[in-house]
Design a binder for this molecule. Structure first.
Ligand code: PLP
Length: 417
């Protein structure tokens, strides 16, 4: 099987470093193999050299309906003819908002934003305002955006700032706990009376697609209730992907606030904060949340079209079947080639690595995996026409079919060599 040649990408990359730092507009992409894409269609990407790639990264998650879904893009194009932002309301907001709330199921109010990063901040502000407390609990290995109070790295079990220029005191308001350890959360909430919120990625897709143990989220919910703490689910990845109602629906646990992004708008930049009315209505009573581009006309059209598509032809069973077959296929290829490939997570968002085949339940367990080896292998996969991230996450879209399954497994086997 031919390995991709990317001369044109290399030329574009050389030019880009003189334009934008490192040649990329998001630091996450510094770790990538420097491919310049021309276009995406369904489950496929096409680069500047004319190579094709079967895509299991989905633009870091948003393209849950596949690339360039006509139903969404036509709606966006049509809506954009009416304008973009007016510094006031427009009728599409109500349509998108009602559809959103009805889809999420448990939430009574929604505020649209643009990125998950900023909406996570809005959730924290609201929790602090509601409780009059300052601190929050989060879990080691989660990602809640790139801002000073959220960006972290854990080295030798110690969590701290992840960027030069990020002052350590911005993390002073955070208690970092291991995920899936209810005793640790119970002890922290019993000892402290200053915790405003617990924020969780219900499935830790930013490290190892770590799923909650049976009953864990229910216990987290109970502890938050007992201590008057606001429970925030960061559903930026899980929302509309694990189910129409996201992780809350899948695991049967209702948070007080939910943060959404990525899959909710067919690839367009929209995020949302949703929650109980008594909390959310504080935004109209002293708590500030603003944004020039919030609820733009094209954004609301994208949300409406994407959610309508997800409701009218729910792809969840197809996505789950495809992902389950792919996870099994990758495991079989590893076994038949004598390579310790390890696959964990849910079929719509799973993690591939090398090393210890046991289930990993928290971030510390990730140390048992050979992620460096996988990152190198991911580059080989890209060279063989499978677009995946070096950090091991694989996303399945509604556009992936049996054909892509066949292709990806052939290419995966070729990459194993
Ligand atoms: N929360 C989670 C769980 C995420 O995975 C991400 C991004 O990957 C964010 C928040 C930040 O979202 P954005 O990149 O849209 O700012």
């Amino acid at each position: 099987m031919s390995v991709r040649v990317r001369d044109r990408s290399a030329e574009l990359g050389a030019r880009a470093v003189g334009i934008t730092p490192g040649g990329v507009h998001s630091n996450v992409r510094l770790a990538g193999p420097g491919v310049f894409f021309e276009r995406g269609e369904g489950a496929w990407l096409f680069d500047a050299d004319g190579n094709d790639y079967v895509d299991y990264l989905l633009g870091q998650g948003p393209n849950f309906l596949g690339h360039a879904p006509a139903v969404v893009n036509n709606a966006v194009a049509g809506a954009a003819r009416r304008g973009s932002v007016f510094g006031a309301q427009h009728s599409l907001e109500n349509e998108a908002g009602e559809l959103f709330l009805d889809s999420v199921g448990w939430a009574e109010r929604v505020r649209f934003g643009v990125t998950g990063t900023e909406v996570d901040q809005a959730a924290l502000r609201l929790a602090r305002a509601a409780t009059g407390r300052s601190k929050f609990v989060r879990f080691e290995g989660t990602y809640h955006g790139w801002l000073d109070n959220m960006l972290v790295t854990t080295v030798d079990g110690v969590t701290g700032p992840a960027s030069a220029g990020q002052l350590a005191h911005h993390l002073d308001d955070t208690y970092f706990l291991p995920y899936n350890d209810i005793a640790a959360l119970s002890a922290t909430l019993a000892e402290r009376d200053d915790v405003a919120a617990v924020i969780a990625e219900p499935v830790m897709c930013n490290s190892g697609a770590i799923v909650p143990r049976d009953g864990y989220l229910q216990q987290v919910r109970q502890l938050c209730d007992r201590h008057g703490v606001v429970l925030i689910f960061d559903e930026v990845i899980t929302g509309f992907r694990l189910a129409l109602g996201g992780a809350a629906e899948r695991f049967g646990v209702t948070p007080d606030l939910g943060v959404y992004g990525k899959a909710m708008a067919g690839g367009w930049p929209v995020a949302a904060l949703a929650g109980k009315a008594e909390l959310m209505d504080m935004f109209a009573g002293g708590v500030n949340h603003s944004g020039t581009f919030n609820s733009s006309v094209p954004a609301c059209a994208a949300v409406t079209a994407a959610l309508t598509a997800l409701r009218e032809d729910p792809p969840y069973k197809r996505v789950e079947d495809h992902g389950a077959k792919l996870m099994a296929g990758i495991r079989e290829l590893g076994a038949s080639h004598g390579v310790p490939v390890r696959v964990q997570g849910l079929p719509m968002a799973f993690h591939v690595s090398f090393g210890d085949p046991d289930q990993v339940w928290d971030y510390a367990g990730m140390a048992r995996l050979d992620q460096v080896r996988y990152a190198r292998f991911a580059e080989v996969l890209v060279d063989h026409g499978v677009w995946v991230a070096p950090r091991g996450i694989w996303y399945v879209s509604a556009a992936h079919s049996e054909r892509e399954l066949e292709v990806v497994l052939q290419r995966f086997e070729a990459a194993l060599g």
